[in-house]
Design a protein around this ligand. Structure first.
Ligand SMILES: Nc1nc2c(ncn2[C@@H]2O[C@H](COP(=O)(O)OP(=O)(O)OP(=O)(O)O)[C@@H](O)[C@H]2O)c(=O)[nH]1
Ligand SMILES: [Mg+2]
Length: 240
């Protein structure tokens, strides 16, 4: 397995971040490193990730002085990771709604399919364990359909918090700050399309239907943020 660095954005995650699971994963997967980034949390997330980084060589902790949002935290983490020339970089939600055990399947697709990005895709179906609350599922389907039409590309799930990229593509699409805090996944796709065109994007990005995904309580996504989605989409698609 080639060197991979996964960024875990953490905002008030001391209750959800499964430290033991990360430690076990590190022991079993020596080519994977993590960068955990605290975003000015008000709980003891900063201390938690500092302790983890002190204990493990392949864990780095970063701290944002002010809360800047998931997009900027992930962007800083990815650009820090790229300084050490990994083959792949990605990000993973701290609640581990997508279990870390899925990483190896993501990486397999780079080798077998020649892709430049693999996105987790939450497709509930027979034979897989993908459990999502009905409300979130239906809101997600409407959102994804709107985005798919705006981008004019057949994307099923832009918002899954588990995505991995080749270092080369990541260097191109994480260089500039994002317009929005939450919808940066949409901005990433828009950037890939701008750089490579729609046809090539459809060939280099693979939406991998996850085998395991579950809703984890304690979501940081506020209703007020969700209600502003149309405004954010307008900023993304009418702005630049
Ligand atoms: N850096 C940073 N990360 C954040 C912020 N808010 C949330 N996050 C992180 O973003 C990730 C996803 O947050 P969640 O609260 O799980 O989002 P969710 O609403 O459950 O989204 P789904 O899991 O896709 O349903 C987690 O790793 C959070 O710690 C923030 O303000 N700054
Ligand atoms: Mg979540």
């Amino acid at each position: 397995m080639q060197k991979t660095t996964i960024i875990i954005p953490c905002y008030n995650e001391s209750g959800r971040l499964p430290v033991k699971v990360i430690e076990e994963y590190l022991t079993a997967n020596t080519n994977v490193s993590f960068i955990l980034i605290d975003d000015a949390s008000t709980d003891d997330t900063a201390e938690l990730i500092r302790a983890l980084a002190d204990k493990h060589d392949r864990v780095e902790a970063l701290y944002q002085p002010l809360n800047a949002g998931k997009a900027e935290a992930v962007r800083r983490g990815i650009n820090t990771a790229l300084e050490n020339s990994p083959a792949y970089v990605g990000y993973w939600d701290a609640d581990m709604a997508t279990p870390l055990s899925e990483i190896s399947d993501f990486l397999t697709h780079f080798n077998t399919g020649g892709y430049s990005a693999v996105f987790g895709c939450r497709l509930a179906r027979l034979g897989a364990e993908v459990y999502r609350k009905d409300t979130r599922h239906y809101i997600g389907r409407v959102f994804a359909t709107v985005v798919s039409n705006l981008l004019r590309i057949k994307v099923y799930d832009t918002q899954c918090g588990a995505k991995i990229f080749t270092a080369g593509l990541a260097r191109e699409i994480f260089a500039q700050p994002f317009i929005t805090r939450w919808l940066f996944d949409v901005e990433l796709l828009k950037r890939i399309i701008k750089l490579h065109g729609k046809e090539k994007t459809a060939k280099i990005v693979y939406e991998y239907p996850l085998m395991h995904w579950r809703d984890v309580g304690g979501s940081k996504l506020k209703l007020s943020t969700m209600l502003k989605t149309p405004l954010y989409l307008m900023q993304i698609f009418l702005g630049k």
